[in-house]
Write a protein that binds this ligand. Structure first.
Ligand SMILES: N[C@](CCCC[B-](O)(O)O)(CCN1CCCCC1)C(=O)O
Ligand SMILES: [Mn+2]
Ligand SMILES: [Mn+2]
Ligand SMILES: [Mn+2]
Length: 303
């Protein structure tokens, strides 16, 4: 089996510098030989250069509240093509961000090849704000709304097709959901297991219920999109939007292990590692946790 590393040094979906360094640090930390040691054939033809895109953009003024809209749209479209091509080649795309706006591209790519794929979204946040509901205008808080095709259309994002259905995504780890997002989740009956459910049922039962919701016959390909800020900040401190009361190290890893165990994983995202926000020790820890989560999602077991 081949894993194709899609290194995406991209920060345009949010305001903090440094998240574009995430993939570089994770590759430097040795994720490629680590995955090879798990038996994967690893394909990596260098990190994506988005220079040509940003160079071709003479200006990129906000559209309404949306920041860097043209940059985000063009970068995520390129990512959709890259991920789609790897899937077409029978490879498993492993996208390393970079901010979570990239998931607009990765999931579009996955759904273009696996139309019946379901999405497991692990995050403190729902990332489902629309043009109408966003307060920050940071597009890393909006990818799911674009993928679902909800909210008013933005011509610059016309390449994004509404390939994702509300019953095909399930969230784990939510604890910082904006009012507008809560309304959207309710209106569209989108299944979400917040930290309250994790506390109440335990992670094992939560993952089982989450998969039962989107993949009851365990016959649908799975796209796992993991935002490291789903983990408690004590576990993954160096990330742009940390929120207390998150998943433990083990809970985060259990999700990855359980998804791998289904044998249905077809695409993986590891997002929002920003190696420039904390002291070297905390950065090192966050990078190491990112690598560890990737290994667990790709077959590393404890026994
Ligand atoms: N919902 C937020 C955060 C999005 C995080 C994106 B992710 O998950 O990829 O990291 C927060 C909006 N707002 C911030 C100030 C306080 C009120 C909520 C937004 O900016 O839309
Ligand atoms: Mn996110
Ligand atoms: Mn988040
Ligand atoms: Mn974040």
């Amino acid at each position: 089996k081949t894993a194709a590393i899609v290194g995406c040094p991209f920060s345009g979906g949010q305001p903090k510098a440094g998240v574009d360094e995430g993939p570089i640090r994770i590759v430097e930390a040795g994720i490629i030989p680590q995955l090879e040691d798990l038996g994967w054939k690893v394909k990596f033809d260098g990190h994506h250069e988005f220079e040509n895109i940003s160079a071709s953009l003479t200006s990129d003024p906000p559209i309404g509240k949306l920041k860097n809209p043209r940059l985000v749209s063009q970068v995520t479209e390129a990512v959709a093509k890259a991920v789609g091509a790897h899937a077409q080649n029978g490879e498993l795309p492993v996208t390393i961000g970079g901010d979570h706006s990239l998931a607009m591209g990765t999931i579009s790519g996955t759904l273009s090849h696996y139309p019946n794929a379901c999405v497991v979204w692990v995050d403190a946040h729902a990332d489902i704000n629309t043009v109408e509901t966003t307060d920050s205008g940071n597009i890393h808080g909006m990818p799911v709304s674009f993928l679902l095709g909800i909210g008013s259309k933005v011509p610059e994002f016309s390449w994004v097709k509404p390939l994702l259905k509300p019953d095909s995504i399930v969230y784990i780890g939510l604890r910082d959901v904006d009012a507008g997002e809560k309304q959207i989740l309710r209106e569209h009956n989108i299944k979400a297991f917040s930290m309250h459910e994790v506390d109440r049922y335990g992670i094992g039962k939560v993952v089982e219920m989450a998969l039962d919701h989107v993949n009851p016959k365990r016959d649908r390909p799975i796209h796992l999109s993991f935002d490291v800020d789903a983990l408690d900040p004590s576990v993954a401190p160096s990330t742009g939007t940390p929120v207390r009361g998150g998943l433990t190290f083990r809970e985060g890893h259990y999700i990855c292990e359980a998804v791998y165990e289904t044998g249905l994983l077809v695409a993986l995202d590891l997002m929002e590692v920003n190696p420039s926000l904390k002291d070297p020790v905390d950065v090192e820890q966050t990078v190491a946790v990112g690598c560890s989560l990737l290994r667990s999602a790709l077959g590393e077991t404890l026994l």
